[in-house]
Design a protein around this ligand. Structure first.
Ligand code: PLP
Length: 390
């Protein structure tokens, strides 16, 4: 394929949409496993996996087969009708959920999963105030945006956002001060993703649950980015803390749009018809992809693999002891390298060398690869990262 073809696609993609994204200058057209190809036929090692979505890599045979089979059977089915594949998916999802989360509402994205969690917490508590964390990211619909901290996203909509207080992540004292008898929910990521890959300090999630419950508020864990990626099904399982509501999306169906809001029987019991709804949520296509994804994660042993390879990745990054690196943080295959300077040039230099990485904030290079990554591919990634640092 010619260079002109790639540039032409990039230009149209850019010109025909509102300018909401800082575009990278390649057009990706195909993926297989941990690799992506652009329209010119250049191959990239994918440490982005669509911002953490393609947990089983691209075109995983079992997920592809499930999608093809379901596409030829029944794509769409409103949740007012029952469906065989949706039932099987829900059963599987709730069987791996932390004990106590017994019901799930299905939607189509991360922000929708949070939006539902907030509404359910409002209804279950009869309150509307949210306490969330500085650096926290929970999506950009108006409800979810109230919980998101970044002023850049919030300020244009300040007048339209629900009441929310943002406290320093990891500071239980600050949380205890902010939570009161008007608080519906405390919303936290077990590891902050967009905010720079910051794992919760030991004991923080358990303390947050205690503080919330003492005030009659609920705890929402946002596992949209952490889910399936940290060596266990869910990151809160490392801390042994179960929330009242848990939001999932990204990796859950390996690329088919999906969101899920898991909840306790108590929260489910407080909801009634009309509280929330969606036309596409729970569609059989996404359910089939989700079921195949969860089954493959389990039967092929990818959680244990990601714990092992992730620890190796972190070890190799730390071993670089590069003077431009401030800190390496993460768990499993959710890894951030905070630099002493801007991350953009490093991410760009890696792309030029055939490795795709992400930013998290302006200083952190973020790696969210498919769990399929091997030690050899880690070695390549670390060598390219070191070269890109200069
Ligand atoms: C922790 C977290 N919550 C919520 C979201 C929003 O998900 P979506 O972009 O699917 O709406 C994201 C997306 O990056 C996320 O990382």
């Amino acid at each position: 394929m010619s260079q002109a073809l790639n540039i032409d696609i990039v230009r149209k993609d850019k010109d025909l949409q509102p300018p909401l994204y800082a575009k990278r200058d390649i057009a990706l057209v195909r993926g297989e496993g941990v690799y992506l190809w652009d329209a010119d036929g250049t191959r990239y090692l994918d440490l982005v996996s669509n911002y953490g979505v393609n947990i089983l890599g691209h075109a995983h045979p079992k997920v592809t087969e499930a999608i093809q089979r379901q596409a030829a059977t029944l794509v769409s089915c409103h949740q007012s009708f029952s469906n065989d594949v949706r039932s099987a998916f829900l059963q599987k999802l709730l069987s791996i959920a932390p004990a106590g989360l017994t019901h799930a509402f299905l939607s189509n994205s991360g922000t929708e999963a949070i939006e539902a969690a907030l509404k359910f917490a409002y209804v279950a508590t009869g309150r509307t105030k949210v306490v969330a964390a500085k650096r926290g990211y929970h999506g950009r619909t108006l409800g979810a945006l109230a919980a998101t901290a970044d002023k850049k996203y919030r300020d244009p909509f300040a007048g339209a956002l629900a009441e929310a207080t943002h406290v320093t992540y990891g500071d239980a004292e600050a949380l205890a001060e902010a939570v009161d008898e008007t608080t519906a929910a405390v919303v936290l990521e077990p590891i902050q993703g967009e905010g720079g890959i910051h794992p919760a300090p030991p004991g923080y999630l358990a303390r947050a649950r205690e503080i919330a419950h003492a005030a009659g508020a609920l705890v929402i864990f946002d596992e949209i980015q952490t889910g399936f990626r940290t060596g266990t099904w869910f990151a809160c399982q490392h801390a042994g803390v179960t929330p009242d509501l848990m939001a999932l999306s990204k990796g859950l169906a390996n690329g088919v749009p999906i969101g899920a809001t898991l909840m306790t029987a108590e929260v489910a019991g407080a909801l009634e018809g009309g509280v929330h709804g969606t036309t596409f949520g729970g569609n059989p296509l996404a359910a089939a992809a989700g079921l195949a994804t969860l089954e493959a994660l389990e039967s092929e042993g990818w959680l244990a693999h990601s714990a092992e390879v992730g620890a190796y990745f972190i070890e190799q990054l730390r071993a670089l002891a590069h003077p431009k690196v401030r800190e390496v943080r993460g768990q499993g295959l959710m890894i951030g390298v905070e630099l002493k300077g801007r991350a953009t040039p490093v991410v760009r230099a890696m792309q030029e060398r055939g490795v795709l990485a992400l930013m998290a904030g302006s200083l952190t290079v973020r790696f969210l690869p498919p769990l399929l990554l091997t030690r050899e591919q880690v070695d390549t990634a670390v060598a390219v990262f070191a070269e890109a640092l200069g």
